[in-house]
Design a protein around this ligand. Sequence first.
Ligand SMILES: NC(=O)C1=CN([C@@H]2O[C@H](COP(=O)(O)OP(=O)(O)OC[C@H]3O[C@@H](n4cnc5c(N)ncnc54)[C@H](OP(=O)(O)O)[C@@H]3O)[C@@H](O)[C@H]2O)C=CC1
Ligand SMILES: CC(=O)C(=O)O
Ligand SMILES: [Mg+2]
Length: 410
Amino acid sequence: MSDFKQRALDYHSQPSPGKICINLTTPAETVEDLALAYSPGVAEPVREIAADPDNAYKYTAKGNTVAVISNGTAILGLGNLGPLASKPVMEGKALLFKRFANIDSFDIEVTHNTVDDFINTVANIADSFGGINLEDIKAPECFEIEQELKRRCNVPVFHDDQHGTAIVTAAGMLNALEIQGKQIHDCTIVCLGAGAAAIACMELLIKCGAQRERIYMLDRNGVIHTRRDDLNEYKQLFANNTDKRTLEDVIEGADVFVGVSGANLLSAEALKLMAPNPVVFACSNPDPEIKPELALKVRDDLIMATGRSDYPNQVNNVLCFPFIFRGALDVRATAINDEMKVAAVEAIRNLAKEPVPEEVLKASGVSSLTFGPQYIIPKPMDPRLLKNVARAVSIAAVESGVAKLDLPAV
Ligand SMILES: NC(=O)C1=CN([C@@H]2O[C@H](COP(=O)(O)OP(=O)(O)OC[C@H]3O[C@@H](n4cnc5c(N)ncnc54)[C@H](OP(=O)(O)O)[C@@H]3O)[C@@H](O)[C@H]2O)C=CC1
Ligand SMILES: CC(=O)C(=O)O
Ligand SMILES: [Mg+2]
């Protein structure tokens, strides 16, 4: 067994199995404590909440708790390995929520037969939480699931693999193109993958100025084009009127490659065909579409990002979901809307241009980080993400009319 594999397994099994636990916030030592915490005292908040459901925010942990919910159908880039196998990732998301935004999470792995079963399960428990973070649910079901849950739930519902990924990709892409001296409007973009992350990333890049006709999306059957008859309604939006059929066909002269598909699917030969000064986001986890060492060996004019923590430029939704939920919970937003997403893109993007504090350099194991090809996007452990992104999101929620509370004082 490799050393890294053993260390990863040890990390998850020691000092106790898993990565999270529940702690108490109130004393529970004496008879009086228990009389307050449980019977008879607990009846008082019960009555208050029955009289007004908003009192759940006052007397329970609801307002600072997010449910991380998966069915395990698209676990990272590992595929459909079932609900239970997704649990380490969902506990990982809970770890990140707590570590970066002090949000408590429950991970919930749902076994279901139909899409309706899944939707009903989540809708029926949603009121227990301040928000719902859907995770690693494959396309195309994820689109219907999110849409229906948004309609049925009173709390924000956010599919992280769609919108968290899209927000971070857009922030990193705008910065990378700025460094490469390119305008997104003029770029030819190749997107390998046509699932949850791909569709959302491309839609957000279009909102940021990319031209739909200059995007070539590919799935397992190659380029998505207008003469295919096997496309779902989401892929159809990206059907290109083209004779190009393969990755090699579309990548020739392309400015941008976004990989949200699977491991090692972009060859060095294909990369060589890209236009000068390309941007390659190989975001598949745990293994990118092309390894940075290989990519940088064949192109020295490249800006390269992956989804991983162990290379420069980590384009990963960890830079978004803790902070967008912090911003939403702080003003009790009823939804996470486009205004809040755009605010998050701008806040993440701008932070990469600020001088980096010593503590971030230390945690990153480097002596300097300056806006440029090796640093297009902030590091997840940058404490300013919490302040800047959450605040920007809260302001956008208030201004767009979905906040139930005023902005908290700074
Ligand atoms: N860095 C980050 O923050 C994030 C990275 N990701 C990564 O993106 C990838 C996809 O995740 P997600 O969108 O949630 O999953 P989905 O299951 O929704 O989509 C996967 C897509 O990848 C395509 N695909 C898989 N294998 C190939 C292949 N050999 N050639 C071409 N296309 C292929 C599938 O094609 P088809 O439609 O034909 O089945 C499908 O369109 C994963 O690797 C995941 O780790 C996801 C979210 C965040
Ligand atoms: C990062 C993430 O959410 C994924 O790879 O699915
Ligand atoms: Mg995911």
